[in-house]
Unconditional design. Structure first.
Length: 85
């Protein structure tokens, strides 16, 4: 997911990994799916925007887990914007 300081969701991508023991990234067999920005719950969008702002970034790719009210586990300063299968 990519967010900017204007608190706007720019893109939502869901990564799905069939193997629960493997990392959830394309290099390890996960599949990426572009989703509508409106599909992201408001509280998760706010969490990701807050994470980006807390690091003083104009935008970033925020990786988060949607369980347990959301957990940010990585923020990419150079997110890939054109890679989706």
């Amino acid at each position: 997911m990519v967010f900017n300081k204007s608190r706007r969701v720019l893109r939502v991508v869901e990564h799905i990994q069939d193997d629960p023991d493997a990392p959830c990234n394309d290099a390890k067999g996960a599949c990426s799916y572009l989703r509508l920005t409106a599909s992201l719950p408001v509280d998760l969008a706010q969490l990701a925007c807050a994470a980006t702002r807390s690091l003083g970034l104009p935008f970033g790719g925020v990786d988060l887990c949607t369980k347990n009210a959301g957990v940010v586990f990585e923020l990419n300063v150079h997110p890939a914007l054109d890679v989706v299968q």
